[in-house]
Structure formats: C-alpha cells, structure tokens
Design a binder for this molecule. Structure first.
Ligand code: PBG
Ligand code: ZN
Length: 328
C-alpha cells in the first residue's frame, strides 16, 4: 500500500496541535457591551438576552472594575434615557445617562477603554437613528441634519471622558463630520471606531428590547446595508477609512466573515460585533441542551478572529475571560 508522504493527522496529535494553533483568543481583543438604564436603581434582566442585564448608573464604576479584574480592558456603552423626544436631546445632555456613566467609570477605572455607541435610536421617540423628515421617498431619516446631532452626541461623550466614540447610525459622511467636530473641540486624541459596514440585519432583534430602541414605523433599510451586497459593504468601510476612521467594524459578525476578510485588506484595525441575535441563538440552543455553550462560544469567536477581526465585541466577553483564566 502506498501512503501519502504528507499525513495531515501527524500534526493533529494531542501535544503537537496546541503548538500549531494559528488563532487564539485574548482578553485584549474583547469588548464588553453594557446597557445602562437611567430609570432603574437595580440590575434588570433582559428577557430577549438570557444572562444579560441593564445596569443602573449608580455602581457602574464597580461593574467596570469587576471586568477589569477579569482582564477585560474595553467596554462599549449603550444608554437608555428617561425621556425620549424627536430630537434625541437626552443623547447629548451634559447629565445624560452615558455622560454620567462615563464619568463614573473613568473615576473608578481610569485605564478602562471606554467606547460609546453614538446613535439616536435609544433617544428618539420614533426609534430611528437620527432626525426624521420628509424626503423624495416619503418620511425618512434626514442625512445632513442628523450629522449635526451625531456631532453633538460624540463631542458630549468625549467631554465626559470617552476614549473612543462609535457612530452606528450609517449616515453618509458621519466619520468626517464627527472627526472635525471632535477636532474643533480639542479632542484630537479621541478615536473613532466606525460601525462602517453595518447590515440591515434581523439579528439585531433581541437588542431592541435590551436597549428599548425599536422603531414606531418603517425599518432601517434606507440607511443600513442590504445583507446581499458585498461590493456596497466594502465601499462603505473604504469611505470611512478615507474619512479618518481609526477602527472599522463589521456587524453582525458570524454570517459576514467573507465581508470581514475583504475589509481587513483596507489595512485598518477591524472590529467585529457578534450581535444580540447571534448571542441569543447560542444561549437558546444551549439552554435546551442542544449545543455545548462554552464550546459554541469559543468556536464562534475563534472563527471571527480567524477571518481577520482584531477586536470582537461580544456579550459573551465576560464568560470568555473567565474560561481563558481557567486555562492559565
Ligand atoms: C444602534 C445599534 C444597534 C445595535 C448596535 N447599535 C441596533 C440597530 O441598529 O438596530 C445592534 C447591536 C446588537 O444587536 O447586539 N444603532
Ligand atoms: Zn441607531
């Protein structure tokens, strides 16, 4: 019998395999999303996302400190304000939910990388990501007036102490606009992590309950990318790179790895957002005993990293940090 000279299984033996592993997860690469609710005084479970909670503002510094102790170095904040209106005024209020939270976190854990989601959908009464008005195609998100709003939100987050602002509204020109607003406020050192390639995805479903950001009419298809379009997805990130984004993002993550791999060729750091639906699907299957949660999470995140993500935003980040600790 003729055996092939190259036996692939040789390298898969128990002691050799770990040495040859190409991709590994590290707490340095993980970003923890946190929901902060201005109206509550104790943690509140999120029904659509098992084991995830909304936190009150008071004590959020200690929450961040606990993450720091697990080796986690970056958090992404979402705020749920007491009051919503058509202009999303609570989003840029000096004492808004995010502004207060950032100040508290920075007092307790100054080195934590604090990233803020810059969008209006949690703050508008209609639930859309900016200013609504009448356009050629009917009632829709107005681009340039919404940019003004994003500038104000981003600057107010930076003034509260955010290290990175993350615009997620998918407006044209949002990175250039926010960059010049930040620079005009003397915030040249604040990074922009752009949700540069954000698809119009059904997998944001569970997030709507988590962040109370469901919309009262229409959908987000006039600003978010059609999941079927790869060329458009690449161009969106390329434009944001040219506008000065420091970090690009692909969202959702798991079903969009081909897009992620292509965008990684732009030469900027890439973040991937494993979104609420990706989280809740794994949770739901694990709760029924249909898959092993830990293995499913580690595999999903390792594959996202293998595709080219430098950073991964995941609701599983805290669990992963614990599992990585066990290995050490
Ligand atoms: C706000 C925003 C959304 C998410 C992140 N920022 C919701 C949306 O665009 O509808 C989704 C995050 C998730 O599903 O985990 N624009
Ligand atoms: Zn939004």
């Amino acid at each position: 019998m003729m055996f092939p000279a190259r036996r692939m299984r040789r390298s898969r033996s128990r002691n050799i395999q770990p040495m040859l592993q190409q991709t590994s997860l590290s707490t340095n690469d993980l970003v923890v999303p946190l929901f902060i609710d201005e109206s509550i005084s104790r943690k509140k479970p999120i029904g659509s996302m098992p084991d995830q909670v909304r936190y009150p503002i008071g004590g959020i510094g200690r929450v961040a400190d606990g993450l720091w102790d697990h080796g986690l170095r970056a958090i992404l904040l979402f705020g749920i304000p007491k009051k919503k209106d058509t202009g999303a005024t609570a989003a840029y209020a000096e004492n808004g939910v995010i502004q207060q939270a950032v100040r508290e976190i920075k007092t307790v854990v100054p080195d934590m990388v604090v990233i803020t989601d810059v969008c209006a959908c949690e703050y508008t009464s209609h639930g859309h990501c900016g200013i609504i008005g009448t356009t050629r195609s009917g009632t829709d998100l107005l681009n340039d007036p919404s940019l003004e709003l994003m500038n104000r939100i981003a600057v107010s987050h930076a003034e509260a102490g955010a290290d990175v602002v993350a615009p997620s509204c998918m407006l044209d020109g949002m990175v250039a606009s926010i960059r010049s607003a930040l620079d005009g406020d003397g915030r040249e050192d604040v990074l922009i992590m752009s949700y540069s390639t954000k698809f119009n995805s059904v997998f944001y479903g569970p997030f709507r309950e988590a962040a109370d950001s469901g919309y009262s009419f229409g959908d987000r298809s006039s600003y978010q990318i059609n999941p079927a379009n790869k060329r458009e997805a690449f161009l969106e990130s390329e434009l944001d790179a040219k506008e000065g984004a420091d970090i690009l993002m692909v969202k959702p993550a798991g079903f969009y790895l081909d897009v992620l791999a292509e965008i990684a060729t732009l030469g900027l750091p890439i973040a991937a957002f494993q979104v609420s639906g990706e989280y809740s699907m794994i949770k739901a299957a694990a709760q029924r005993g249909w898959i092993d949660e830990k293995e499913a999470v580690l595999e999903s995140l390792t594959c996202i990293k293998r595709a080219g993500a430098d950073l991964i935003i995941s609701y599983f980040a805290r669990d992963v940090a614990g599992w990585l600790d066990e290995v050490k």
